[in-house]
Write a protein that binds this ligand. Structure first.
Ligand SMILES: Nc1nc2c(ncn2[C@@H]2O[C@H](COP(=O)(O)OP(=O)(O)OP(=O)(O)O)[C@@H](O)[C@H]2O)c(=O)[nH]1
Length: 503
């Protein structure tokens, strides 16, 4: 932020101020010793926030068999962090909504915030992020910088009548050398909001990371893409909505290992937010999103459509980025199941042509459910990431590591005979058994069971399907034999190819 703008903001007497309830919550969270009863005392004094918290506790995400009817039930169901985030969200959104003396279209801005918050929280949940409510809050307050800029530099700001949010940001940068995300983050810092929220607001226009390339932060992605989708939905821009839904579909689908069906979930999230905020956001969200999907299909299949080259080129760029990204599992960075099959097919053909062996390793983490149950799902995720990086390091140039699904990995080893693969498999078992994964305060130890099958010129295996089946059977045999073992398919009592043929 340049010094002129900083000076104007610091001198401005009409900047948005922090509502009392929000200030009390932030103050509480900065203390060392507090409990749920302290936050209950704060929110019970504000009937609007208390009602919203109870309503939030009764949404499907938090519902526990019977409705929460009292604030204490709601708060104990939501937990401190979510209660704080939700209470701040409602408290700050009420504030933004009640700001009346302004040149800018506050109602549209507020609708954008609410829709974006609902979508960001949904995406954070879909991606299994730690704190979806933080994404909700950050998305909800992401445009507070617009209010600040319009108050601190009203004359300049009133000339920036841009039609889209992206164009508004560009105009702000030209006028102030920064856009409203930086100003918003500054305001939230003054208010002493948690730094995770301030950081998310600061990066809310990081549109360069829309395809969630390796290294990008998923929570930042949720905020940036939800804002653009909210814009498209509120403007009824089917083309833009289609692009965003399609990018989201790709990222969520790959994350969950299944085809994503995000449209009805987005529509439900937007409707839920409408009910909670008593707002009318989008007339028919599902109809709009479904129509936008059709629109995308038309554009992609009909080259003669009346769509500017620019839009098509942008879309093609996104397609190729997504295709590249679509080869990797976003949690572990290992190749994903679809790409594993493609690579195995290719290497199997190579192996047939060159008469060289091809080995396949199936690796399954032992008692992984227990890891999740004991340490939590996020710690389980850390273990999966650690396993994938350990496999990648041990396998090195010798092969390709993939995530087959859940806690199951595969390693393709071209040119590896059965005994080479077996030696590597034993190294993997030893390495994992001796290792420790640190997740938060926990030190976690796991073991893996490995099955190996090898295709070579003498093999009875007829294709990749047999190879996969054989390696999988060997892995199950390792499980049945006590786990933490590496077994080759040729050592099984019933050769897997016979089982496969019989099956
Ligand atoms: N944390 C985390 N857990 C996952 C993921 N994918 C699958 N799982 C969990 O992996 C566990 C697999 O459990 P099971 O199939 O019962 O197998 P297991 O507990 O490993 O037992 P054995 O395979 O018999 O040793 C389930 O609890 C899944 O929820 C993921 O991406 N992250």
């Amino acid at each position: 932020m340049n010094s002129d703008l900083h000076g104007a903001l610091a001198a401005c007497k009409t900047l948005p101020t922090l509502p009392t309830v929000a200030a009390q919550i932030i103050e509480l969270s900065s203390q060392e010793d507090y409990g749920l009863s302290d936050i209950i005392d704060i929110v019970r004094n504000d009937i609007t926030i208390a009602t919203k918290l109870i309503a939030s506790a009764n949404t499907p995400q938090y519902y526990r068999g019977e409705p929460a009817v009292e604030i204490s039930q709601a708060v104990s169901r939501l937990g401190f962090k979510s209660t704080m985030m939700i209470a701040l969200s409602f408290s700050l959104s009420v504030k933004a909504n009640s700001e009346e003396q302004s040149e800018i279209d506050l109602l549209s801005l507020w609708r954008r915030s609410v829709a974006s918050g609902a979508i960001a929280r949904l995406l954070a949940r879909e991606l299994g992020l730690k704190d979806p409510e933080a994404c909700f809050l950050a998305a909800l307050v992401q445009d507070i910088g617009v209010l600040a800029l319009s108050q601190a530099a009203p004359q300049t700001y009133s000339t920036l009548s841009e039609t889209s949010h992206e164009a508004l940001c560009a105009a702000e940068k030209a006028a102030f050398e920064c856009d409203h995300s930086a100003v918003g983050a500054w305001i939230l810092e003054q208010w002493k909001l948690p730094s995770e929220i301030t950081e998310l607001v600061a990066s809310s226009h990081d549109f360069a990371t829309l395809t969630l390339e390796a290294g990008s932060r998923k929570d930042q992605w949720c905020i940036a893409i939800s804002g653009l989708l909210a814009d498209a939905m509120l403007a009824g821009d089917q083309f833009q909505a289609a692009r965003m839904v399609w990018l989201i579909d790709g990222v969520c689908g790959e994350n969950n290992g299944t085809e994503s069906n995000i449209v009805p979930l987005i529509a439900d999230a937007v409707r839920e937010a409408e009910a909670l905020f008593e707002a009318q956001l989008v007339q028919e969200p599902i109809a709009l999103l479904e129509a936008s999907k059709e629109k995308l299909f038309e554009v992609m299949t009909d080259a003669s459509r009346d769509v500017s080259d620019d839009k098509v080129t942008q879309l093609e760029k996104r397609v190729s980025m997504l295709e590249r990204q679509g080869q990797r599992d976003s949690l572990t960075g290992a190749i994903n199941r679809g790409h594993f099959h493609a690579e195995l097919d290719r290497l199997f053909i190579d192996s047939t042509n060159t008469h060289r062996p091809l080995s396949l390793m199936f690796i399954d983490a032992d008692h992984f459910k227990q890891v999740n149950d004991t340490y939590g799902h996020l710690a389980g995720d850390e273990v999966l990431k650690w396993l994938a990086s350990a496999f990648t390091e041990l396998v090195g140039e010798k092969g390709l590591v993939g995530r087959y699904g859940g806690e199951e990995f595969v390693v393709i080893l071209p040119n590896a005979a059965e005994k080479d693969a077996m030696l590597l498999g034993q190294d993997v078992c030893d390495y994992v058994r001796d290792g420790t994964v640190t997740a938060g305060d926990a030190n976690i130890q796991v073991t893996v069971s490995i099955g190996i099958a090898t295709f070579d010129p003498d093999s009875k295996l007829r294709g990749t399907r047999d190879l996969i089946f054989a390696a999988d059977q060997a892995m199950y045999f390792a499980k049945q034999s006590g786990r933490d073992l590496c077994i080759v398919a040729s050592a099984l009592p019933t050769p897997p190819q016979a089982v496969a043929a019989a099956g």
